[in-house]
Design a binder for this molecule. Sequence first.
Ligand SMILES: NC(=O)c1ccc[n+]([C@@H]2O[C@H](COP(=O)([O-])OP(=O)(O)OC[C@H]3O[C@@H](n4cnc5c(N)ncnc54)[C@H](O)[C@@H]3O)[C@@H](O)[C@H]2O)c1
Ligand SMILES: [Zn+2]
Length: 361
Amino acid sequence: MSEIVISTPVIANLEQLFLKHNLTKKTVVLFDENTKELFGKEILTALEKQDFKWVELVIPARETSKSFRTAYRLYGELIKAEVDRSWNLLAVGGGVVGDLGGYVAASYYRGIPVIQFPTTLLAMTDSSIGGKVAINHSQGKNLIGFFHMPELVMIDPSYLKSLPEREVYAGMAEVVKYGFIADKQFLNYVNRHFKDIIAIQEPCITEAIRQSAMIKSDVVEQDFREQSGLRATLNFGHTFAHGFEKLADYRHIRHGEAVAIGMICALHLSETLGKISRNELQEGLAVLKKFKFRRGLVRKRFKDIPAETILESMHSDKKKVDKQLRYVLLEGLGKAYLHPEPLDNRIVIKAIEAAKLSVQA
Ligand SMILES: NC(=O)c1ccc[n+]([C@@H]2O[C@H](COP(=O)([O-])OP(=O)(O)OC[C@H]3O[C@@H](n4cnc5c(N)ncnc54)[C@H](O)[C@@H]3O)[C@@H](O)[C@H]2O)c1
Ligand SMILES: [Zn+2]
């Protein structure tokens, strides 16, 4: 598994870190417009001080940058700058930069090393870890890509201070998810320090990132190619979430917001099937009730939509295996499993209805 370095300021040690990982000091630095504006100067100055040769690339800060068109433009810029296989690529940004940067790195010159430098909470705890890199296709998200492990993941939690609150909450959904699927103690920790984590307060923010990153990389290490069902547990709440995201055209709701609501549904489903107790359900819901979403979002994107419509949208997810929906459920707080059999639509609808009653509007 890739080394994950968490420190402030993480770029102070760039040279030693690169050396340790046999990376040359020839680096393509990929930003999006926002990370370029926020961190460009600091990072490029550090590269200069540490005698790096670099080429800078900038993409628009939006999901549509994860396209073949943008990748093609970047290939062109790299060829023009005479970047060859002796170079590496440093991806500075959220999941969009990380996924596109990883995709370009995996394919350019048959592959150059990628170093992930995540700057959103979601990227620090999820997308930068595990080696999945991809671009989107008009027929679906993340359909074209590679497994391309980062040589190194560099995390500076202080970079989160400029992150809009909505993005912090979106990342927090994945943080809470790790507690639910793998570690009851961590779930309690996140519950206790919820406010401090959201406010990017130390030491809680670093602890939350460290534990999340560890759980993700443990799971990925044990089931890299998604064969045993373990890696699938990272999709807790996601079967529902994909349904909401699709209904909202992937635009009006952040992935993490959909996941938070999806986890409420998945908790109810676990309880309906008798896998967790009523008390465990309440305990789990108490954590999720701490999420603050835009006024109207929950109502418009969840409560006002008939459960049948949500289920239908979940069924149209492209990543289904054998056309069956697969549910990740809990058999206790901190313990997830992939439910082996398909579930009756009525049971799922009942869980969605129950979730609607327990979500704050
Ligand atoms: N590869 C994986 O395993 C994996 C896992 C989960 C998600 N993803 C992908 O990740 C993407 C979503 O990532 P995301 O949520 O990080 O979104 P994002 O990359 O779009 O970033 C969200 C916004 O925050 C801005 N931003 C980034 N860092 C900032 C900072 N420190 N301060 C202020 N603003 C900052 C960005 O410019 C952008 O506008 C999706 O494309 C998704 O498919 C991939
Ligand atoms: Zn997710």
